[in-house]
Design a protein around this ligand. Sequence first.
Ligand SMILES: [Zn+2]
Length: 371
Amino acid sequence: MKNYKSYKFRIYPNKQQENQINKTYNYTRYIYNYYLEYQKQKGPQTIHQLCTNLKYLQQINPQLKQIDQHAITYTINSLIKSYKKYQNKQSLQPKYKNKNEKQTYTTYNIKNQNTIELDLINKRIKLPTLGLVKLKGYKKIAPGKIINATITKELTNKYYVSILTQTNIQYQKKVIPTTIVGIDLGIRKLITTSDGNYYSNQKSIKKYENKIKELQQKLSNQQPDSQNYNKTKQKIALLYSRIKNTRKHNAYNIVNDIVKNYDIIVSEKLKVKQMTHNNTISKYIMDARFSTICTLLKNKSQQYGKYYYQINTYYPSSQICSRCGNRNEKIKNLNNKIYICNKCGLEIDRDINASINIMFEGLKQHYKIKK
Ligand SMILES: [Zn+2]
């Protein structure tokens, strides 16, 4: 299985390199906008057609030859992809790039040419047209080949490079299972396990969300498209990406912990049904988060020779008593935090009860016991 990972480093370009980076941003943006307009007039183009046209464009504007040519190819390729998506009605029409947006460009690593080389011992990276650039960040990264590098200049005038690497994962032999866990996914508590552990959302996310609310208030009082307005907008975008990263990191930690500690792991497919009272946006977000966790659980379990099962969404894990197996179909109100069995009298945390039921369902799947 191929695995992709990205690593972000802070880079410290010298004056000359800074100029070259800025030139590359400007020209890749120009090319993007130029060929977006071109396709709007002439219809969708192939990479071959645009590269032929590019040669003509470079004759008129020789400056275009002085920047990283792999960055130009990447720009044209990604424009063609997004234009095709738009043509197939899978996305909105691509927008023109604005110079007030975050400045970023991506360059490929060409096979056998090693156009991008990372040297963590001497803390520097070789990038096309820039040469060696000083960097700070990870001391060690997992071995793999570098696919591409994205150079970004933040509003704060700090420069970063994100490196995408590819590794081939070796699967471990399947273990003889001795431990099992059932997992209940929820909104309030992200994960409840059948042995009563919780994994929750990180507190820093709440902090970011509050800050976003504040900034959105500020934005509504600012003149649209003014410099301050754009600055606030970019700050909001930055906070959203922080939230995304924190969540991703949190999900990775949780999944690693679970896969390390248990041999058989069971979860539900998705828990959309709990969210009918929520608006569609948050439903969509929660769906995406749950499926990220499930995908991670699946991949990590496979990698470490563990077993992962997903049980049917319609399995009534919240109605069944985890002690006597009695099903109370009247339980529909998910606001009740305690499950009380009307047969054996068990009183138990609702989510723990559900996760125990999920565990037993998974065990049945593991031993292929059919009802
Ligand atoms: Zn009971």
